[in-house]
Design a binder for this molecule. Structure first.
Ligand code: NAG
Ligand code: NAG
Ligand code: NAG
Length: 849
C-alpha cells in the first residue's frame, strides 16, 4: 500500500493533530489484522446513516448520537438516481448534499466509509440506479457491458472528483478512510460466468485507478481481486474470512434489524443477540463492524424499493425520528467501550481458543503486558459456570463475557444494564378544514394520451415520472347480449405484473387488487356493469417502488401486460389484450402540481364538509395547519385513510398505505440464531400508520398538507402527534458487570469497583418528573408493567425519588448499603425503576426551588 505525504499547510496539520495523527505521513492502509490509519492498527466501529433518509438539519444530531454511542465511522451509500435525475443533470442540494454530510461527519470528528456502489440495493428505488440508465442504447446492468461501464465510471469519477476537490479523503486531511465499489456482487458474478469476472476485474481496475489513497472494499464478493478487500454482510459474520491472509476481517453490514414492507409486520432484533454477534466477530479476529442501520430513517418521496414501507426505521439504535432507542443504543455503547478496552490486545496478539466445556470457549489475546479474553457460551437455553484462569465465571445462555484484563468481566452481551425507554405519540394537532378535489375520469381520454395496439410495459411509458399509469380501452356491447336480458353478468379478468390495480368501468370503480413484495403479480377477476353500446374500461396500474435487486432487474417488466379478457359474452371470451389501448401517465392532480403551494391554488377545491367523500377513491385533500410548538419529532397518524401519497409544503412525506401486517408475532427470544422473520411486531395492525414529518419542512403558520387518496378514507380523523419518551426504566441485578465500573488509577493500574450503578437519562431538555415504580428486592415484570416481589426494600421509592426527580439524569446504586438495609439476605436482588420524563418548563423549575 502506498503512503501519502500530507499536502497543505498549518491548518490541515492542526486537523491531523486533532484526529490523533502523530506523524506527518497520513494514510489508510491495511494488513491481516486491521485497517491502519496513519500507521496504527485500529478496531473500528461504524454505523450506516443514509443522508437522503433524514433532513440536513437532523444530520449533526444523528452523527453526534452515533459518536456518543461509541462509533468511529459513519457509513453511507451514494444514491446515483437521486443525484442524476436525467443524464448530466446533477442534484447535490438539500437531502442530497453529500459533501455537506461528509463535512458534518468530519466536524463531529468521525471517519466516513463512502459506499459509492453505484449499485447499492438498499431497499431503494431501482437499487439506486437512475431509471434513464435502462434506456441507454445497448445497456445491460452490472456486467461486462460497455455502455454500462462507461456510465458507471463517469458517475464514480464524478463522486470521487467531488470528494477530492473538497479534500475529503483521509490522505488529504479528510474523514473518508474507505470506499466501496459495487455491492453484494458475488451471486450475480457466479450467475454471469466469464462476463461477470471480466466486469469484476474492470470495476477493481477502474476504482483503484482513481487514486483515492484509501482502500476499496467489496462486500459479499469472495473473489474480489487485490488490492480490494472482500467483506461480509449478514446477521452473523464470525465464520467469514477474507480471500487473502493479508487482508483484514471486516463486516460491512451487521444487520441491526430489518426493513419493513407494506403488508408485513415490523421487525425487531434483540440487542442481546446483536451484541453477541458483534462480540463473537471481534474475538474471531474481526476488526471492523458496521451496523446496518445505525439510523435507518425515512423513505421520503417515492424513494423506497418495491413494497418497501415509508418508514425505514430498521429497529436501529437511533429510531426513525432521530431519538435514541433504548436499551439497544445503551447496551451497544457499553459493548463498544468494552471492545475499546481490549483494543491494545486485539490489534497486537493472535487469538488463542481454549475450550471451557462442550459448548463454551475462551478466546484470549495475550501479548507482552496486554491480555483480553472473551468467554462464550453457545448454549441456547442453559447458563454455564466455567473456570477460566482458575476463576469461576457465570455465562448466561447465548452470551459472550468480555474481560479486558483477562480477569474482570466488564460486559456480558446477554445482561442488559442500559435503561429501557418507552415512547409515546401525543396528539398535538387535529387537522381540520379539509378541502377536496376529485379526479375527473371523464377527462382521462384527452389529447395528451398515447395510443398503441396492445398492452405496454408500465415503466416504458411512465419512465417513473409517476406511480400511476392508466390503461384505457373500450368495448362495444350489442343490445342483443343475453346479460342485458337477465343473463349472467360478464366478468373481466386482468393479469398484471404489479404492483396494485384498480379497474374502472364507465367511470365507476369495479375492483381492486394488490401484489406483495414476495409476489408482484396480480390476477383480478371482477363482474362488470356494462351497457349496450360503447363502454369505457380504464385500468389504473400503480407502482409501489421499482425493483432494487435480482438478476437483470432492469429488464423486468411491470404493469398490465395481459392477458385481459371479458367472459360470459354470447361469443364466449373476448380478448382485449391486442386491441387499441390509450395510455395516460399520472393523475391530473399530479400534472397540475396540486401537491405544491402554487399548484394547489389553480383548481377549485370543495369544502370537505359539503359531501360525504369517505369511501370515494381518487380524491385530493388539502388543509392548512400551524406548526406545533417545541422541537419534538412529529408524525402524522394516517390510520383512517387507505392508500396514497402525502406532501407538506410541497415536500413529499412519502407513500402511505393502511395495509395490514400479515405475519407471525409469536415468541421472540434473544437466544438462538436470528433470522429476519424471527421477532415480528404489530401483526394484524396496519404495517405503518405513523408518517414522519420533519420539523425543518414546517414554517410557524399555515403549512399546506396535500394528500392523494386512491381508495377512500376519512380525513377528519388524521392528526399530528409529537413523539416523546413516555417513561424510562432500569431493571438491573446486583453485581452487574459494567464498563462504568472500570477505572484507571493514576499509576496506570486498572481496578474494578464491584458495586453496580444504574443511570436514568431523559432526552435533552427533559427531566424526571416522577417515579412510577421503584423496588429493590425481587420485583418482576418489564418496563411499564413492573410488580413488587416478596422481597422489597420499603424505602426504595423515596430514595430513588430524592436522587432523581427534577434531574435530567441520575445515578442509583444497586446495593444493600445504598438502601440502608438488606431486604432479603442470601437472595440475588435487583433494582427495577420506571420514571417519567417531562419537558422542563418554568413551572417545574419553580416547584424545585
Ligand atoms: C486490470 O489491471 C491489470 C493490471 O494492470 C491488467 O493486467 C488487467 O488486464 C486489467 N483487467 C481489466 C479487466 O482491465
Ligand atoms: C421496454 O423497453 C425496453 C427498452 O426500450 C425494451 O427492450 C423492452 O422490450 C420493453 N418492454 C416491453 C414489455 O415492452
Ligand atoms: C420561562 O419564563 C421566562 C420569563 O418569564 C420566559 O421568558 C420563558 O419563555 C419561559 N420559558 C418557558 C420554557 O416557558
Amino acid at each position: 500500500m502506498e503512503t501519502y505525504l500530507c499536502p497543505k499547510t498549518i491548518s490541515i496539520f492542526f486537523i491531523f493533530l486533532m484526529m490523533g495523527c502523530h506523524i506527518i505521513h497520513c494514510s489508510v492502509t491495511y494488513d491481516r489484522k486491521s485497517l491502519l490509519i496513519n500507521g496504527q492498527r485500529r478496531i473500528l466501529l461504524s454505523g450506516s446513516i443514509h443522508y437522503p433518509r433524514s433532513t440536513p438539519d437532523m444530520w449533526e444530531d444523528l452523527i453526534r448520537k452515533a459518536k456518543n454511542g461509541g462509533l468511529d465511522v459513519i457509513d453511507t451509500y451514494v444514491f446515483w438516481g437521486a443525484h442524476e435525475p436525467s443524464p448530466g443533470n446533477y442534484d447535490f442540494e438539500g437531502r442530497y448534499d453529500i459533501v455537506r454530510f461528509v463535512k458534518t461527519v468530519q466536524k463531529v470528528g468521525l471517519f466516513v466509509h463512502l459506499r459509492i456502489g453505484p449499485y447499492v440495493c438498499a431497499e431503494w428505488n431501482f437499487g439506486g440506479f437512475p431509471v434513464w440508465l435502462k434506456y441507454v442504447p445497448g445497456i445491460s446492468f452490472r456486467t461486462n457491458n460497455e455502455p454500462f461501464k462507461a456510465a458507471m465510471e463517469k458517475f464514480t469519477q464524478k463522486i470521487v472528483g467531488m470528494m477530492k476537490s473538497e479534500n475529503l479523503f483521509e490522505p488529504q486531511g479528510g474523514p473518508i478512510i474507505l470506499s466501496q465499489i459495487e455491492n453484494e456482487y458475488g451471486s450475480q458474478r457466479k450467475a454471469l460466468g466469464a462476463e461477470g469476472f471480466a466486469y469484476l476485474n474492470w470495476a477493481v481496475n477502474m476504482s483503484v485507478a482513481l487514486n483515492t489513497g484509501v482502500p476499496w472494499v467489496m462486500c459479499k464478493e469472495d473473489d474480489a481481486p487485490d488490492p480490494v478487500i472482500n467483506t461480509c454482510n449478514g446477521f452473523y459474520c464470525d465464520k467469514f474470512s477474507p480471500n487473502k491472509p493479508y487482508k483484514p476481517k471486516m463486516w460491512t453490514e451487521a444487520w441491526s434489524g430489518w426493513f419493513t414492507e407494506f403488508g408485513g409486520a415490523t421487525r425487531h432484533r434483540p440487542v442481546q443477540d446483536l451484541a453477541f454477534a458483534v462480540a463473537h466477530f471481534i474475538h474471531k479476529g474481526g476488526s471492523y463492524v458496521n451496523y446496518y442501520m445505525f439510523h435507518g430513517g425515512t423513505n421520503f418521496g417515492r424513494s423506497g424499493g418495491p413494497f418497501v414501507a415509508t418508514s425505514y426505521d430498521y429497529d436501529a439504535p437511533i429510531d426513525e425520528y432521530g431519538l435514541i432507542r433504548q436499551p439497544k443504543y445503551g447496551h451497544l455503547k457499553e459493548l463498544h467501550s468494552a471492545i475499546k478496552l481490549c483494543e491494545p490486545a486485539l490489534v497486537s496478539a493472535e487469538p488463542d481458543t481454549i475450550s471451557l466445556g462442550s459448548n463454551q470457549q475462551a478466546n484470549v489475546f495475550s501479548r507482552k503486558g496486554v491480555c483480553a479474553a472473551f468467554l462464550t457460551n453457545f448454549e441456547r437455553n442453559t447458563a454455564a459456570r466455567v473456570v477460566f484462569n482458575n476463576r469461576h465465571y457465570n455465562l448466561p445462555p447465548w452470551s459472550v463475557s468480555i474481560l479486558p484484563d483477562c480477569t474482570n468481566v466488564v460486559f456480558n452481551t446477554a445482561k442488559v444494564g442500559a435503561q429501557t425507554s418507552r415512547m409515546r405519540m401525543t396528539l398535538t394537532t387535529q387537522l381540520n378544514s379539509w378541502e377536496t378535489y376529485t379526479e375527473d375520469l371523464s377527462l382521462l381520454d384527452d389529447r395528451s394520451t398515447l395510443r398503441a395496439m396492445g398492452l405496454l410495459d408500465q415503466l416504458n411509458v411512465t419512465m417513473d415520472r409517476s406511480d400511476y399509469l392508466w390503461y384505457m380501452t373500450s368495448v362495444d356491447i350489442s343490445p342483443s347480449e343475453s346479460f342485458l336480458h337477465g343473463g349472467k353478468k360478464p366478468s373481466l379478468t386482468v393479469y398484471s405484473r404489479g404492483h396494485a390495480l384498480h379497474v374502472y368501468t364507465n367511470g365507476q370503480l369495479s375492483g381492486s387488487a394488490y401484489g406483495t413484495r414476495e409476489n408482484y403479480r396480480i390476477t383480478l377477476s371482477t363482474p362488470l356493469n356494462l351497457h349496450a353500446g360503447s363502454n369505457k374500461i380504464a385500468l389504473l396500474s400503480i407502482a409501489v417502488g421499482l425493483p432494487n435487486k435480482g438478476q437483470h432487474f432492469e429488464n423486468w417488466d411491470m404493469g398490465v401486460l395481459g392477458p385481459v379478457f371479458l367472459e360470459n359474452l354470447d361469443q364466449g371470451r373476448m380478448d382485449l389484450s391486442k386491441q387499441q389501448w390509450t395510455y395516460k401517465v399520472g393523475q391530473r392532480g399530479e400534472t397540475m402540481n396540486l401537491d405544491s403551494p402554487n399548484g394547489a391554488s389553480y383548481v377549485e377545491w370543495t369544502e370537505a364538509s359539503l359531501f360525504n367523500h369517505q369511501q370515494q377513491p381518487l380524491i385530493w385533500h388539502k388543509a392548512y395547519f400551524d406548526a406545533p410548538d417545541g422541537n419534538e419529532p412529529l408524525a402524522l397518524n394516517m390510520r383512517s385513510m387507505g392508500k396514497g401519497q402525502i406532501w407538506i409544503n410541497g415536500q413529499s412525506i412519502g407513500r402511505y398505505w393502511m395495509t395490514f401486517a400479515n405475519g407471525d408475532c409469536g415468541n421472540c427470544h434473544y437466544s438462538g440464531a436470528f433470522r429476519a422473520p424471527k421477532c415480528q411486531l404489530g401483526c394484524g395492525e396496519p404495517t405503518q400508520k405513523w408518517y414522519h414529518v420533519p420539523r425543518s419542512w414546517l414554517k410557524p403558520k399555515q403549512n399546506l398538507i396535500v394528500l392523494f387518496e386512491e381508495i377512500g378514507g376519512d380525513v377528519s380523523k388524521i392528526f399530528l402527534a409529537k413523539r416523546r419518551t413516555a417513561t424510562v426504566c432500569t431493571d438491573t441485578h446486583e453485581h452487574h458487570p459494567s464498563v462504568l465500573n472500570w477505572h484507571t488509577e493514576s499509576d496506570g493500574d486498572k481496578t474494578v469497583v464491584h458495586t453496580t450503578q444504574v443511570h436514568l437519562n431523559c432526552a435533552a431538555g427533559e427531566s424526571i418528573s416522577h417515579i412510577k415504580f421503584a423496588s429493590f428486592g425481587t420485583p418482576s415484570g418489564t418496563c411499564g408493567a413492573f410488580r413488587k416481589g416478596k422481597c422489597h426494600a420499603q424505602n426504595t421509592h423515596s430514595i430513588v425519588e430524592k436522587m432523581c426527580v427534577g434531574k435530567g439524569r441520575c445515578k442509583v446504586k444497586v446495593s444493600n448499603s445504598f438502601f440502608g438495609t438488606d431486604p432479603c439476605p442470601n437472595v440475588l436482588k435487583k433494582l427495577s425503576v420506571e420514571a417519567v420524563c417531562d419537558v422542563v418548563s418554568n413551572a417545574t423549575h419553580l416547584k424545585l426551588n
